[in-house]
Write a protein that binds this ligand. Sequence first.
Ligand code: NAD
Length: 336
Amino acid sequence: MSNQNKTILVTGGAGFIGSNFIPYYLAQFPEQHIINLDALTYAGDLENLSEVESNPRYQFIKGDICNRNLLEKIFQDHHIHGVIHFAAESHVDNSISNPGVFIETNVNGTFNLLDVAFKTWMKAPFEYREEYRDCRFHHISTDEVYGSLGETGYFTEETPYAPNSPYSASKAASDMVVRSYHHTYGMNTVITNCSNNYGPKQHKEKLIPTIIRKAISGEDIPIYGNGKNVRDWLYVLDHVKAINLVNAEGKAGEVYNIGGDAEIQNIELAHKICTLLDELKPKDSGSYSEQITFVKDRAGHDQRYAIDASKIRSQLNWKADSEFEDALKETIIWYW
Ligand code: NAD
């Protein structure tokens, strides 16, 4: 089968990043097909994919990556020639209250997918079946696997893993399983570890949608602890482009960190969004910033994340196209 008309399996495509990725990929590769496998947990929403639902090159399957029989059937029925694996439980707060499902989906689910891909594509370690020669497994991961930084320094691909939450621990474990399938079986894998994303279609529970939603509804805008935790934000479409690039040109077995050089404290971010809202949708009186309130800190809250993206920049010529404030404005407009 030529690369031009292959079918790839996207998992978790009804979530935030996957649903931004699918329309981009279909437009980018006009002869390729996508099967989107998603369990439609509380975090998945097919509305996110309304723009592609009638595309003949797109098919949705509701199902769980922990269901091995289903995975085997999908790989056989659709001759899957590549996997881009987004499906995960992704909210740190939920992982603190209910860690079990994070281990189940993020670790066991990833193992299932990898193993079914391995058994379908390869006849023995380091021996691909001819018809599946170029098949690649792309695992989408997070910078949170590296733990927490102090005031200085950046996460590189060589930074030792030191996950602190059940979420990041489950992602770190899944990264290690992917790594092992490359080293032990010669599977063509790539892993991308990205910083915090923002943009359209994100679940309302996450930080930026929460700030926007609460501000507009006139409620308190909750900020954890003293608000000084730092995150490194990347616009989701820049992430999507980076995923596409690594998937097409990344080297097998490699890890690529992706980040937008947009570090900001949570409290500064809240003020920035409020200031933008003051311009875009002024209140009758006062500023949205007056609604910001500090709440009890998240247990084990990582202090700072910051990505060194020089590897993907220098080796694959990637850079974030979006400017933080412009993209944040677009994002605010999308949510109201
Ligand atoms: P999300 O929570 O918005 O979406 C996850 C999707 O996976 C949902 O559609 C959900 O229904 C689906 N899903 C969950 N469990 C499943 C299962 N067992 N079987 C099949 N589908 C299942 O997540 P997101 O923000 O789009 O993140 C996607 C990936 O990117 C995750 O692996 C996450 O760890 C990673 N990541 C996210 C960010 C971020 O800022 N959002 C940053 C870096 C990496």
